[in-house]
Design a binder for this molecule. Structure first.
Ligand code: BGC
Length: 248
């Protein structure tokens, strides 16, 4: 499918939206965003999503909704950084009810990984690749020979007696005032642990912080190749729209 589709990426602190040119695999115009409402319940979020969609009228039809939770058979099954009222919610039905448009609902890191593996930093990569998104939490997406193994939740792998994302996310870097050195030491430990279990050929580091890759690249260490995400903070929106283009 070609055309222009709306991608929406829900995060713990903001909800981003953009119109994606599916054939070119890139945004048309700017990403727009709004703060994630608190509490981040479905009832509070749907009007925010509707308002963002109304500001992007050039995309009609299907919507891709990337969400920071495990999504199984169309329903959110976890809610680490959003309100627990999301557990069990069917995101595509909520979009249909609110905007009267068909939608696909998927994990945010899986969406970001699709964008990077199809068109970005991981395109044409064989073997095993792990996409990481550093934001409020840590999202992960696992690919072998370009095929997604959905809903890996490696941000919740235990490190130092806590969830990895509570120790090494971009949010933790900001809140604890870690410098590049302090933060990347944590990221290195995390990459090493994942490498010991999954032996990836490639890590793709994503999230808005990957725009600063050149600043911290010299500090990174891994047996696997490490590349910055090409779409950085846009990957979730682009991947959500790509998933919408592919929905049956
Ligand atoms: C969630 C994941 C999500 C990641 C990034 C984690 O807390 O459990 O599903 O992909 O945050 O948003």
């Amino acid at each position: 499918m070609t055309g222009k589709l709306l991608g929406i990426d829900v995060g713990g602190s903001s909800i981003k939206a953009g119109v994606v040119d599916i054939a070119a695999g890139k945004l048309i115009g700017e990403l727009i965003s709004a703060p994630t409402p608190r509490p981040a319940t479905p009832d509070a979020m749907m009007p925010v999503i509707a308002a963002l969609a109304a500001r992007l009228p050039e995309a009609t039809g299907r919507i891709g909704l990337a969400f920071p939770a495990v999504v199984k058979h169309g329903r959110a099954r976890t809610a680490a950084n959003v309100d627990h009222a999301w557990i069990g919610a069917d995101g595509a039905s909520l979009i249909r009810r609110t905007l009267n448009r068909p939608a696909v609902f998927l994990n945010d890191a899986d969406a970001a990984g699709l964008a990077e593996m199809r068109l970005g930093a991981g395109r044409d990569t064989q073997g095993t690749a792990i996409m990481l998104t550093f934001g409020t939490g840590i999202g992960t997406a696992l690919f072998t020979d370009g095929r997604l193994f959905p809903n890996t939740e490696l941000g919740h792998m235990e490190l130092n007696g806590m969830d990895a994302e509570k120790w090494a996310s971009a949010h933790v870097k900001a809140v604890q005032g870690l410098d590049w050195h302090g933060w990347i030491e944590r990221v290195n430990v995390y990459l090493e642990r994942m490498h010991a279990m999954l032996w990836p050929d490639l890590f793709i580091l994503g999230g808005a912080i990957s725009e600063r890759f050149n600043d911290f690249e010299p500090l990174l260490r891994s047996e696997a190749e490490i590349r910055p995400a090409q779409y950085a903070g846009q990957a979730g929106v682009i991947g959500a729209a790509l998933a919408a283009a592919e929905m049956g």
